[in-house]
Each structure stands twice: as C-alpha cells, then as structure tokens.
Design a protein around this ligand. Structure first.
Ligand code: CA
Length: 232
C-alpha cells in the first residue's frame, strides 16, 4: 500500500517543516508549496490525499483556494489559521473544509487531525449503495434520504456524516462534540443534544417510516435506520 500524501500549503517555512517532519514520522508523504498560486497545480500534478491549507498565503488566499477546490473535487482539506476567532467565521462561510486547526498548534495535534480526516474520507464513500436509504454528498455537504434532500446545517451534516459511517455504534456526547467542533471549549453537551434533536427531526419528517437516531440512555446516541412498525 502506498503512503497517503499530504500537500502542505504554508508560507512560514519553519511551521511547514515541523508539520512535514511529524507527518513523515507518521508514515505520510508530504510535499510543500509556499504560495497560493501554486496549490492547484500541485494538486493536479501530485494528486494528494489531503491538503493542509494555510489561510493567509501569498498570491491567492486559503479561502479562495478552498472554494475553488471544493467546486471541483472532494479532496479533504484542513484549514490552518492563526486566529482562533476566525474559526467561527470559517465555519459560518460553509466552505466545505473538513477540519480547522488553529496556530499555534502542537505537531501531534496536526498528525491526529490529518489521520482522523483521512480515515473519515475513506469511510464516507460518496458513491453510496443506491439501496441504502441515506446518501451523503461529501462535496456538496448535503444528505438525502430516499432521494429527498435534508436541509442540514454544517454541524448537522458533520454529525450525520460521522454517525452514519458506523451504524449501530454508540457515540458519547463528547465524541460527537469532538467531531462537530474544532474548538469546543465553549460548547456544552446540551448543544450536541440540540443539534441531534434537529437532525433527528429533519430525518423523521423527511422519511417518517424509519427511525434513524436512537438515544442511548446515560451515554449518547446511536445511528441505525429501522423501519417503524406499522401501528395497525
Ligand atoms: Ca501564512
């Protein structure tokens, strides 16, 4: 098996080389570009499995690049920003990045995030079995059940993408919190409950003959589509 390739778009060479060292030590291949206008060519040329994309790059900035890439591919993207207060804005823009990392970061955190996003991108097969009631469109960040689109927020989409990968698995609130937010210090378990409640309502009203998300008392939630027993 060939190593996963991580393209690093970062103009601060010290940061880029620390990232590259740790990713290589974790058996990932890396390549570095330092300018925004080199990123698209490097993707076409090298075909990476993931892009670590600095927000502030010379020539073309990370936001513009993220939009351009998402318009044509579902290459996993982790945005890197120097300001924690930018994360909310980035999430609000719904750029379709898979995750966000704030500088200063620990190199171990970068490796962990990269590995998690790579795992997710393998697991979430976009060409889902047409017999499956739920379909996820990673590129469009949208989901549908039995062909009916669900109008999901970014956080709801992320939660659904996560839990739908492993039907039957029980997820704790803190695991969901971990996945739904890059910076979850200010987010409570209650926020997860409310996102799940909204997600469940959208699923149930779109396809009422199934039950989708089950509460697991004292623990969290489980995703498992089950036909609702006919009441008659
Ligand atoms: Ca920069």
């Amino acid at each position: 098996m060939t190593a996963n390739r991580v393209l690093i778009a970062e103009d601060e060479s010290r940061i880029a080389s620390v990232m590259a060292d740790y990713l290589q030590a974790s058996a990932l291949e890396t390549r570095l570009v330092e300018r925004g206008d080199e990123v698209l060519d490097a993707i076409a040329d090298w075909q990476p499995d993931l892009l670590l994309l600095d927000l502030n790059l010379p020539a073309v900035d990370g936001l513009t690049l993220c939009k351009q890439i998402r318009a044509q591919s579902r290459l996993p993207i982790i945005m890197v920003t120097a300001r924690v207060d930018e994360i909310d804005r980035l999430l609000g823009l719904e750029l379709g990045a898979d995750d966000y990392i704030c500088k200063p970061f620990s190199p171990r955190e970068v490796v962990a995030r990269v590995r998690a996003v790579l795992r997710r991108s393998v697991a979430a097969n976009p060409e889902a079995d047409p017999n499956q009631p739920l379909r996820l469109d990673r590129q469009g960040r949208s989901a549908s059940v039995f062909g009916h689109p669900l109008n999901l927020t970014e956080v709801e989409y992320r939660l659904l993408e996560l839990i739908a990968q492993r039907p039957g698995r029980v997820w704790s609130r803190s695991q969901l919190l971990d996945q739904a937010y890059s910076d979850y210090r200010d987010v409570s378990d209650r926020a997860i409950d409310s996102h799940i409640k909204n997600l469940r309502r959208k699923l149930d009203t779109t396809a009422p003959h199934y039950r989708w998300i089950h509460s697991v008392y004292g623990v969290g939630y489980r995703f498992e589509p089950e036909p609702v027993e006919d009441a008659t």
